[in-house]
Design a protein around this ligand. Sequence first.
Ligand code: DAH
Length: 318
Amino acid sequence: MEELEQLKRELKALNADYAKIRELPAEKRGEFGRDLNAKKMAILEKIREAEEALVDVEVEPLDITAPCGINEPLPEVYPVSQGSRHPLTAELERVTDIYQLMGFDVIESRQLDDEYHMFDALNFPKEHPARDGYDTFRTEEGLIPPAHTSTMQHRVLKMYKDRLARGEEIAVVVPGRVYRNEDVDATHEHTFYQCEGVYVSETCTMGDMLGILREFFEKYYEQKLNIRTQPGYFPFTEPSLEFMIEKPHALGGKKGDFLEMLGCGMIHPNVLKEAGIDPTKYHGFAWGGGIDRLVMLRFGLTDVRYFESGNLNFLREF
Ligand code: DAH
């Protein structure tokens, strides 16, 4: 660019020299003019070359041909589809569809919560070691990305308690994303999904809860299942249970191969009381379990880390 400018200045100076011809004696004019013309031609040639060189540098050659035959399918490297829903999103919808068919409302959990909903409203005494089982992250403002969807129990009870007064029951499920301070491996993720269930009425029993859970799992896996419970401990339920299903033969399970699918129990009277529900009049049960694990079993997946990996080869399998 600089060179081109210089050449143009030279050309201008040269053009000015033509005026001098008139001042010369007649016999010198011819030679002087020829000399000027030759110089001018040389400069014009250099200008042309410099302009061509500039075009070469600044403009990429444009290839307007299609990268493949126009009637051929596009090669793999091109974004040929618009993508699809993440398997956890699709399965979560299947889960909530099943509960909705059973008469449950669905409300979403939140991704930032507070100490009160995470622990206090759920009957965790202050400084109680049970809080350690829900080690998660904190924001600088002291907010908590919830370690379980149970943080929504208090809100559900308060939001829906008018129904009890009308002689109806509370029946709600709450899917949500949860976070734990975990050492990540094939079966543990720092970010995963749970679905919480809350049911309250005047007459419900633990038998109703087991019936609902069996119905849910049999619908989800589309087959009859053997179930089992064992005692568990959660501050927000009394008694507390761990609910297990026998790994179905079709999914690679052997007889007696029981898997823990969720925690559950009868809602602790303190949790009902805290939400303004009279525990001498009403009873409730609640449960909460991981969605990732549920989906892994359905599809025979062995590594939970795939879900958050963004690995397209994995996602395309669904
Ligand atoms: N929130 C518990 C967990 O993440 C699971 C759970 C247990 C939920 C008992 C409940 C319940 O609603 O009643 O480990």
